[in-house]
Design a protein around this ligand. Structure first.
Ligand code: DLL
Length: 434
């Protein structure tokens, strides 16, 4: 049973671009008329919605930043009357007030559509029993996935996050075939399940639908090898809709962006200029069908690339490279720019390590120190001191040769690094406190 919406991923690109232009123009008009923030921003830049003649003209319009959502907290960017807003979500944010986002009934339909297309990309259907372990509540993950799962007709178990023991029980007893959660939580769950005598391999679980945080290809390989499931990457952000902005398909060669709703651009983070085809840079999205809170050129801080070639699966919609890091996750250690994902790749390439790590930054005598704490398997963490030393040396040599950085590598016992229920915390920066 496939709804017509499935076909939306296979449109001819000329027709798609025409639809994008019409929708984009309507969105620019809508925000210019209804949202004082945008009227002011457009006026200051000297642009009018009618200046959009071609899709490329979008580059003339101003960006929207996370700060703009904070400054207009809570409902200042809404373009629908409050009575038409049927739901709000919020992202917690690390500092200060949350970002609040709103949806009309039509937006909720759009969201369930893009999530249904996500699950179709991954091959989830009525035969599946899906454990949805993304958090339900203000976080967009739980409810976002829930509506899409119902729409593709599978049996959905609305578990929400946490309560690992119960997750394991349900997974076994209900014959779960697919799970939605963060990759880091799945690692925790798999470990706990094995300890409880129910290794994932012995369950019916076939697919993991992972997102909400950066994870590397090495991490995917580790998860698949350790549990026998197929791991898919799904991407999204509250400001744009929640999950449902893009998704891996079964070819796993980039995430399909549902660009009939979200128009992507790649820009240079420093200059704001739009980058050339296929170049890496910051992802920027313009929502072109949202009603309650459309955003124009929203700067995600996520780093990616776009690929407009047709995918092996036949989909014609653009693919984005997996987001392995955010520009604001960048650590500057002794002047060297470094992302947690780059360290993750080095750690997981080495044999004997576990996918649980923490990067600790401190400062002594005006110099930064980086400590890499990584768990090693029980076999490695033995009294075979030589092997431990070899592994330590291998990791620190890779860090030195790739980044010119001397890092302290601490191999720690399995289970000693704090596990996350939602998004993992990979960096502990103790330098700011000085
Ligand atoms: O994390 C929405 C979501 C829920 C996506 C469930 C996928 C699955 P926020 O809490 O607003 O929304 O966080 C958005 O998380 O800008 C990225 O930095 C990061 N992120 C989300 N998905 C991925 C992914 C949800 N697949 C922020 N890979 C985004 C890397 C991701 N980073």
């Amino acid at each position: 049973m496939r709804e017509d919406l499935y076909l939306k991923d296979f449109l001819d690109r000329d027709g798609l671009r025409r639809a994008q232009l019409t929708r984009m123009r309507a969105t620019l008009e809508r925000v210019y008329e209804r949202v004082p923030f945008y009227r002011k921003a457009f006026d200051e830049k000297g642009v009018k919605p009618s200046d959009l003649q071609r899709l490329e003209d979008l580059a003339k319009f101003p960006f929207t930043m996370k700060k703009d959502l904070r400054d207009t907290y809570p409902f200042g960017l809404f373009s629908s009357e409050r009575k038409d807003v049927v739901r709000v979500h919020a992202s917690s944010g690390t500092t200060g007030k949350p970002i609040v986002v709103g949806y009309t009934a039509e937006d909720i339909r759009t969201w369930s559509e893009v999530m249904a297309r996500t699950f179709q990309c991954i091959g989830i259907g009525p035969e599946d029993v899906v454990q949805n372990a993304y958090g339900y509540g203000l976080f967009t993950g739980g409810l976002g996935a829930h509506y899409g799962l119902e729409r593709v007709g599978c049996t959905v178990i609305p578990m929400s996050g946490g309560n690992t023991e119960r997750q394991i029980l349900v997974m076994n007893d209900f014959g779960v075939t697919a799970i939605c959660c963060t990759p880091s939580y799945f690692l925790h769950l798999a470990e706990a399940a094995a300890q409880a005598g129910h290794p994932i391999q012995k369950t019916k679980l076939k697919k993991g639908i992972f997102g909400a945080e950066p994870w590397s290809d090495e991490m995917r390989k580790r998860i698949e090898a350790a549990t026998g499931i197929s791991a898919f990457d799904i991407y999204g952000l509250s400001e744009i809709i929640g999950p449902g902005v893009s998704s891996d398909c079964e070819a796993k060669c980039g995430l399909h962006v549902f660009e009939d709703h979200f128009y992507p651009e790649i820009i240079d983070s420093e200059t704001g200029a739009v980058k050339g085809l296929g170049e890496e840079g910051e992802l920027v999205f313009t929502t072109i069908t949202k009603q309650a809170m459309p955003l124009i050129r929203y700067r995600t801080r996520d780093i990616s690339r776009l690929d407009y070639s047709k995918c092996a699966c036949g989909r014609t919609i653009v693919r984005m490279a997996r987001v392995s890091h955010r520009s604001d996750d960048m650590m500057i250690v002794r002047g060297v720019n470094l992302y947690p994902s780059q360290v993750e790749e080095i750690l997981l390439e080495a044999e004997g390590t576990m996918p649980h790590y923490l990067l600790v930054l401190t400062r002594s005598k005006e110099l930064d120190d980086l400590e890499i704490r990584v768990e090693v398997s029980a076999e490695t963490f033995s009294d075979r001191v030589k092997e431990m030393e070899k592994l330590q040396k291998k990791i620190s040599e890779r860090m030195k040769s790739l980044f010119g950085l001397s890092a302290k590598v601490s191999l720690v016992e399995p289970g000693t690094i704090e596990r996350s229920v939602g998004k993992a915390k990979r960096v502990l920066d103790l330098r700011e406190k000085k």
